[in-house]
Design a protein around this ligand. Sequence first.
Ligand code: NAD
Length: 289
Amino acid sequence: MKIAFIGLGNMGGGMAANLVKAGHDVKAFDLSADALERAAGNGCETFTEAKEAVAGVDAVVSMLPNGKIVDAVYSGDVIGHAPTEAILLDCSTIDVATARKVAGDADGAGYAMVDAPVSGGIAAADGGTLTFMVGGAADAFARADPILSVMGKAVIHAGDSGAGQAAKICNNMLLGASMIATCETFKLADKLGLDLQTFYDISSKASGQNWSMTSYCPVPGVGPQSPADNEYAGGFATALMLKDLRLAMEAASGADADVPMGGRAAELYEAFAEENGGLDFSAIIKSLG
Ligand code: NAD
């Protein structure tokens, strides 16, 4: 298949490389010359104009920083420039309203489009083990599925247009709140004189068990290997968690949903990100007394 790939940064670079490895002919566009050079090294054909990259392709995949950029790229360079037979897949994390607006614009011009944000970080993008949550019509999902399957271990149809983004921000709001709850729990356990490994052994087999504890423990030396064991480097950056929590707050306010725990998590990450945006999000444990 001929696939245009737009946005070959930390995530998109590895995703495009996996499409090449699977035998696809990948036409890469990014504003960054460095990103394009890395893409060329991974076997992509590179372009300095997005319109040229999308000409004559069977699919367009994008992995971009935010909704404003996604809207600008699709309205300026993809819609009307890619063949209408091409399936459009936006894998960026963006707000639900923009995802629906761009898919509506695409539909109006005769294209099928899905929003397909991911769970999993740079290692999962490189390793082809991302989880995709997909919003769009059933026939668009059926066309997107084999392309996404090359880049991920799970591809799940969440519902109509925008449902992928909705699932992503709901999941990450839960993750942000549960990480903070896990951090403060370990701090309290420590102050109450509990041995933290012993507390982990108990809580990981009791009703407090959750992913932030047993797959990503924020306490160094406790539980499985995690960014906490590497001074909170790598992993999922605090700045990206804050981005997702802001999107969740925006969506909650638009949907008139009460999210007091999500709201508090957003406030705490807002404060922590001021000086620690590059650290893994589990580092928020360091801000708790
Ligand atoms: P990144 O900043 O590393 O990459 C984005 C790329 O888009 C850059 O190479 C940039 O030059 C390019 N770009 C920006 N504007 C462009 C334009 N107009 N045309 C073409 N290219 C343009 O970001 P990333 O970490 O790869 O994240 C990409 C998306 O994935 C974001 O929406 C992010 O929220 C989401 N995400 C990231 C992670 C993660 O761990 N990094 C995890 C899950 C989801």
